[in-house]
Design a protein. Structure first.
Length: 454
């Protein structure tokens, strides 16, 4: 058991995390918990309406609209180009430092190793003599991978989206990612794209990037562009999520992924220094990222909050962290572990770190979570970069019904039905009867016509 340090209360400059009493039964407390657990992943209607306007403009005016949106919202290259081509990406690959190349190589190898066993297989099933159905797996022809950027680059998200597409056998892969405030794209992100033989990198962010991939575009000034992709994958902010939902009628999408969220389940045996580090790690993703501690120990809760107060001033993104924790930070106090587990399952977090006396049994009890990190040596950071698991995960409670990004997201199945005369005769009566019940006599006739001379 880890001793809990006696610590001073958090300083006034540090955010206090709102506390929830999971044993409270008054209507207000119940409603607050319900709102957290049924928060949803769909952005508010103001964002969705503004996103639709941007998408409509991109669909109508193509590259011109993308440039205009980048001029308004940021994310474009300083020289006005929209696409960095494959040759330039390969040149960036060759300029990578030895340390950066080594880190990318290991991350890519681990993600690939986890992805390869996921590759679906084609199956053939004999239903009856004369009826055989094939479920045929085929990779998609072309996908678009959105990689967040702007204030900070995310080469790890490029690896997480492109590697499973490569394993699936996708022929053409385009990446979209915004430039930083200085109008350039991070050199490591460019090198990672070159390392993975990406076909092109669209330098744009937000809804305009999603629209460009969904509708395709041609840049008349440079003659560079690409056609609509078959599916768009990758995490992003509320604007990206709203845009993905709106283009889902034109192309496939993986899932609404973002903003990122994390939860730590801990008891009195946990080290408050590690718990605080994991909560702050999650909050670092952005000012709208929830970070929630669920614990059965009020002493641990106090120690963790004090540790966060000491830790924050030493971190580079302290302003973002303070805002995220002040608005979206929570400590949920449970009277016992079953109550804590029930709340975790109801919340369905994107990331769940488990640091309790018996972490394996707790992990086994969880049904709803995007990615589970078991024990004190499994920080979320490991999964974000190099454990091999994918970090594009369902948010907003969608872990109840959606998968982490995987190889399956980059292909689809086709059904192939082989039926001979004997097989059709065996189901003739059933088809004709059900077609008659439904009033679809043309369906019934399509069967009867084949037996007209018999």
């Amino acid at each position: 058991m880890t001793a809990l340090p006696t610590s001073p209360a958090p300083t006034s400059a540090a955010p206090r995390l709102l506390r929830l009493d999971l044993s409270a039964t008054d209507p207000g407390a119940v409603a607050e918990r319900a709102a957290l657990c049924r928060r949803g992943a769909v952005p508010d209607e103001t964002v969705r309406a503004a996103t639709r306007a941007i998408l409509g403009d991109v669909r109508a005016r193509g590259a011109v609209a993308v440039r205009d949106a980048s001029a308004r919202f940021g994310g474009g290259l300083a020289d006005g180009r929209l696409v960095i081509e494959a040759d330039d990406l390969r040149a960036a690959r060759d300029r990578l430092s030895r340390a950066d190349r080594s880190a990318l190589d290991q991350a890519i190898a681990n993600v690939r190793r986890f992805a390869e066993p996921q590759l679906p297989v084609t199956t053939r099933t004999t239903i009856l003599e004369g009826i055989e159905i094939e479920r045929r797996w085929r990779p998609l022809d072309c996908v678009g991978c959105y990689v967040p950027g702007g204030a900070a680059p995310y080469p790890s998200s490029l690896v997480m989206t492109v590697v499973p597409a490569r394993v699936a056998g996708v022929e053409s892969i385009f990446v979209a990612s915004p430039a930083g405030p200085d109008g350039t794209v991070n050199r490591v992100l460019l090198g990672a794209a070159g390392l993975l033989e990406v076909d092109g990198l669209l330098v744009a962010g937000g809804a305009q990037a999603i629209g460009a991939m969904a509708f395709g575009f041609a840049d008349e000034g440079t003659g560079i562009g690409f056609g609509p992709v078959d599916r768009i994958v990758g995490p992003g902010n509320a604007w990206v999520t709203a845009a993905k939902l709106d283009v889902a009628g034109f192309v496939g999408i993986d899932l609404p992924a973002g903003p990122s969220e994390g939860m730590v389940l801990a008891d009195e045996t946990a080290d408050p220094v590690l718990v605080a580090a994991d909560l702050v790690t999650q909050a670092e993703h952005g000012p709208d990222s929830p970070a929630i501690l669920v614990t059965t120990s009020s002493a641990l809760a106090d120690a963790v909050e004090a540790e966060i107060a000491r830790l924050l001033p030493r971190l580079e993104r302290r302003e973002v962290l303070a805002q995220s924790l002040a608005v979206h930070g929570r400590i949920a106090l449970a009277p016992d572990l079953p109550t804590a587990l029930a709340f975790v399952d109801a919340y369905a977090p994107e990331h769940l770190s488990i640091d309790v006396r018996e972490p394996e049994s707790a992990a086994e009890a969880i049904r709803h979570a995007g990615s589970i990190f078991v024990g004190p040596w499994a920080p979320e950071s490991a999964g974000d970069y190099a454990s091999g698991a994918n970090h594009v995960l369902p948010t907003g409670g969608l872990a109840r019904s959606s998968d982490p990004l995987g190889v399956e997201s980059f292909g689809r199945f086709t059904q192939v039905q082989r039926i001979n005369e004997r097989g059709l005769a065996a189901i003739r009566g059933t088809v004709e009867n059900l077609a008659t019940i439904e009033g679809l006599t043309a369906h019934r006739n399509a069967i009867a016509a084949r037996f007209r001379d018999r």
